[in-house]
Ligand binder design. Structure first.
Ligand SMILES: [Zn+2]
Length: 301
């Protein structure tokens, strides 16, 4: 049953990683597209991230920042004060170098010991840079398996946020345990849902920037979710670089960049003022949910 008095919670999550990154055959780490250049770029990520921070400040929105540890190191070395900019936000982990853990593209599924090492190292680097505990993880390409989930548990993560689940009759946006991976780790899943024509959508906003969808469709989705997922969490996800370059790594023209910024700002302004909707960090949502669930359990005993 849903609690009728509760709002729909909405979180803005950022996957902060190299520009137009892609997995590469024969290696674990991601490169920026076009991958034949053999390198990564973080220029678009840097510009996009700075713009997003400005917008989040304007709309006083606290978000969840999934940092790829390598990208955080590079931006830090370029003089960006990430700890200061990230102060009001949750800092979470998006791997070390955007590894293709499952080997889907690399053709080299990573062994348990290596996965454990990489995830621990990434968490350690971020905890050192930001001087705080890291609790959340989102996998590169949102791909996890038994090995990755176990490694997250061993590294002391509290939750994963990589799975996509269809929002509707059987799931109303609440956290759940990853029993399917034999784990008690909690999942804050990304929602998928249907547009007005019945076509599947995910909550990644890139389709707007590549002119495949309009920002209104995402606002429609929130309005729809507000009715059926009260008390649940609706996640939005964005790559900062995607405001400036497309997924092939080609820079957008200035007009397109302005349009992208406008569309993203439109979404922030809408969700911020929407009745029955509360914008929240993922860790804050989870903390509240755990407290609530604990008291429900205690009352039942
Ligand atoms: Zn990523």
């Amino acid at each position: 049953m849903t609690d009728t008095g509760e709002p729909l919670y909405v979180a803005i999550s950022l996957d902060i990683d190299p520009d137009a990154n892609a997995a590469v055959k024969g290696q674990y780490d991601a490169l920026s597209s076009p991958v034949r250049h053999g390198k990564i770029s973080t220029d678009a990520c840097k510009k996009g991230l700075q713009k997003i921070f400005e917008l989040l400040d304007i709309y006083t929105i606290e978000s969840t920042l999934f940092y790829e540890a390598r990208t955080a190191q590079i931006l830090g070395a370029e003089g960006i004060n990430l700890p200061k900019l990230s102060e009001r936000h949750e800092v979470a982990c998006h791997s070390l170098k955007h590894e293709d853990f499952l080997g889907k593209i690399s053709g080299m599924p990573m062994e348990e010991g290596i996965v454990e090492e990489i995830i621990k190292e990434a968490k350690g680097i971020l905890e050192k840079i930001f001087a705080r505990n890291i609790r959340g993880f989102r996998a590169p390409y949102t791909r996890v398996n038994h090995t990755v989930i176990k490694a997250l548990e061993h590294a002391g993560f509290q939750y994963d946020s990589s799975e996509t689940v269809s929002l509707g009759a059987t799931w109303a946006g609440k956290p759940f345990s990853l029993n399917t991976f034999g784990s008690n780790l909690l999942e804050l899943a990304l929602p998928s849902f249907l547009d007005r024509k019945g076509k599947k959508m995910s909550s990644y906003l890139w389709t707007i920037f590549e002119d495949k969808r309009s920002s209104h469709e995402y606002i429609d989705a929130v309005l729809w979710a507000r009715e059926l997922a009260k008390g649940g969490l609706f996640l939005f996800a964005i790559h900062p670089w995607h405001l400036y370059v497309n997924s092939q790594g080609s820079p957008f023209r200035k007009e397109q960049v302005n349009k992208n910024l406008k569309n993203f700002e439109y979404i922030l302004s809408q969700i911020k003022q929407m009745q029955g909707v509360q914008v929240i960090r993922q860790d804050t949502y989870l903390e509240n949910w755990l407290k609530l669930n604990k008291s429900v359990k205690e009352t039942k005993q």
